[in-house]
Design a protein around this ligand. Structure first.
Ligand code: GLC
Ligand code: CA
Length: 568
């Protein structure tokens, strides 16, 4: 899978755009849009999104009003986990394009004032990575085995896994190898799929290699890295048993011997030095699932990374009390380390928020469509709330179109590796990965160049009405709501990074907060209940997730499941 390894004609770095906001700390309040390359835009009609496709749609993202684009992995990969299994960290997978395409994409983005963040997957490689292949081929004595976690099995003949760890995708976290002479051999660790062997970060060659990979992409001109499984690289010494039958339940609630170990922070201190050597504030954002926001804050201490995803916020349901609590905890936890809080509602691993909020509270993996209308109403309101909070916000492609999760994909088209392994987490992540609709009345709705052409996952027929083309210019559309919200967010001095949140008294089931800046004040009202609520109008309406907010004299009616932005 390293076929374009030969593609070493690396171009010189694309300069940081002159027109990208030159202010220090651009990332402190950046709106960062996640592109899932498989599903964004397919330039050559093979049904798979690609880098030239993304490049051709950059003006759309500029006009939407985002500051940066995070690209999920597009590296050479056998795609056992949709590219999160990397065979060559310095090559573009031919299905996505070439390194020259990546260079052109970075250059164009910078020209348009957009920054580019790439995904880095340092916890594990693909089993097709050259190191892992050699480690297998050369047998137990291979020095390359120490770059991964190879261990003899337990039991009389080594027939049992070395410890009791389970894979996040289901089944044991160990797979037994076969020796070159075909006898049963040692086992290797994989916290995810068997095709994703975990690196041993105690091995200096691994650490060296990733420092070099960072520099490779920084030299290409990228503005930052989203670090995959940033909490996983260091394992507790001796790889101790967990001793619990239900490990998936513990994930994210407890410190595990393979997650959120204090040693990972040493790695980020080393990486921060590299990032700081480059001009233009290159950033690192941690995908760190930790038990508490307080522990997440450790990843963004001054000498570590810049941002970490706020998964506690993503996990909160549409409920005033729960939201206020998680907002307060998030802001309070980041204050001591002086890092911006981040906010996120959707990504490629969870059910889209338009579907989550149309269902009863049930976590981030939902398999039923629920009440679509309610879900969309709440999703629009939740987005306006998120964009009114201090810090940086992450958007996931298609949420600006109000896309629901596709909950009825036939089993035969599913590709999520955990779908095929029993008792694993998730398994239904394909539902949020369906290619997005751009235009036209026939699938793939402008995702690919030809009406009637392929798309790697089928799109629902209703998506014709949800396309970018169908929503553009319709003042009630979700797309126009996002465009307006991002424009107002840029223009309002009290929005973005600076001003604190001050909570004001508000009827039950509603939230009201104020943000004051020297140049003006802003108020956000949120009604999470199913009934309209009448309040004293706090100012002049800037934007309403319900389309409009009725104001009569001093009184305003907050529609059910709605958020309103006010200028004071
Ligand atoms: C991260 C990615 C997810 C992937 C996993 C293993 O959680 O977001 O998509 O499956 O890491 O790399
Ligand atoms: Ca393609």
């Amino acid at each position: 899978m390293t076929q374009n390894l030969a593609d070493t004609s690396r171009p010189a770095a694309a300069p940081i755009a002159a027109n990208a906001s030159a202010t220090r700390g651009w990332w402190r309040d950046a709106v960062i849009y996640q592109v899932y390359p498989r599903s964004f835009a397919d330039s050559n009609g093979d049904g798979m999104g690609d880098l030239p496709g993304i490049r051709s749609r950059l003006p759309y993202l500029r006009d939407l009003g985002v500051d940066a684009v995070w690209l999920s992995p597009f590296y050479a990969s056998p795609q056992a986990d949709a590219g999160y299994d990397v065979a060559d960290y310095r090559a573009v997978d031919p299905m996505f394009g070439t390194l020259l395409d990546a260079d052109a994409l970075i250059r164009d983005a910078h020209q348009l004032g957009l920054r580019i963040i790439v995904d880095l997957v340092p916890n594990h490689s693909s089993d097709q990575h050259e190191w892992f292949q050699r480690a297998l081929r050369e047998g137990p004595a291979s020095p390359l085995r120490d770059r991964y976690h190879f261990r003899p099995g337990k039991g009389e003949a080594g027939e049992l896994p070395p410890n009791d760890w389970e894979s996040i995708f289901g089944g044991p976290a160990w797979t037994r190898t076969e020796n070159p002479d075909s006898t049963p051999g040692d086992w290797y660790l994989h916290l995810f799929a068997p095709e994703q062997p975990d690196f041993n970060w105690e091995n200096a060659a691994v650490a060296d290699e990733f420092r070099s990979i960072l520099r490779f992409w920084l030299d290409m001109g990228v503005d930052g890295f989203r670090i995959d499984v940033a909490h996983g690289m260091v394992k507790a010494p001796g790889l101790p048993d967990i001793g619990s039958g239900d490990q998936l339940q513990l994930l994210g609630n407890d410190v595990m011997p393979f997650f959120d170990q204090d040693g990972v922070h040493e790695i980020y201190r080393a990486w921060r030095k590299i990032l700081d050597e480059y001009p233009g504030e290159r950033i690192g954002v941690a995908e760190a699932w930790t038990p508490t926001v307080q522990r997440t804050a450790n990843y963004v201490r001054a000498d570590e990374l810049h941002q970490a995803f706020n998964f506690q916020y993503l996990g909160a349901y549409w409920d005033a009390t729960a939201l206020r609590e998680v907002i307060d905890v998030s802001l309070d936890s980041m204050r001591p380390v002086d890092a911006p809080t981040t906010w996120v509602l959707s990504n490629h691993d969870v059910t889209r928020h338009a579907t989550r909020f149309g269902n009863l509270p049930g976590g981030t993996q939902i398999r039923t469509p629920g009440n679509r209308e309610q879900g969309l109403r709440r999703a629009r309101a939740a987005t306006l709330l998120m964009l009114a909070l201090p810090g940086s916000a992450y958007l996931y492609q298609g949420e600006e179109l109000g896309l629901p999760d596709v909950t009825d994909l036939p089993d035969e088209v599913r590709q999520d590796p955990s779908f095929f392994r029993k008792a694993g987490q998730d398994g239904y992540r394909d539902g949020c990965r369906v290619p997005i609709p751009w235009s036209g009345t026939e699938a793939p709705y402008g995702f690919g160049p030809t009406p009637g052409g392929p798309s790697w996952l089928p799109q629902p027929a209703e998506w014709a009405q949800l396309s970018v083309e169908a929503q553009t210019g319709d003042p009630n559309s979700t797309l126009e709501l996002y465009r307006s919200a991002l424009a107002v967010r840029r223009a309002q001095p009290a929005l973005g990074a600076g001003a604190e949140v001050t909570w004001l008294d508000s009827p039950e089931g509603t939230l009201t907060f104020r943000r004051d800046s020297a140049e003006g004040s802003f108020v956000c009202t949120v009604n999470t209940t199913a009934e309209p609520v009448t309040v004293i109008a706090p100012g002049t309406v800037l934007l309403s997730s319900a389309g409009s907010t009725e104001v009569t004299g001093a009184k305003a009616v907050l529609e059910a499941d709605s958020t309103t932005w006010w200028e004071v």
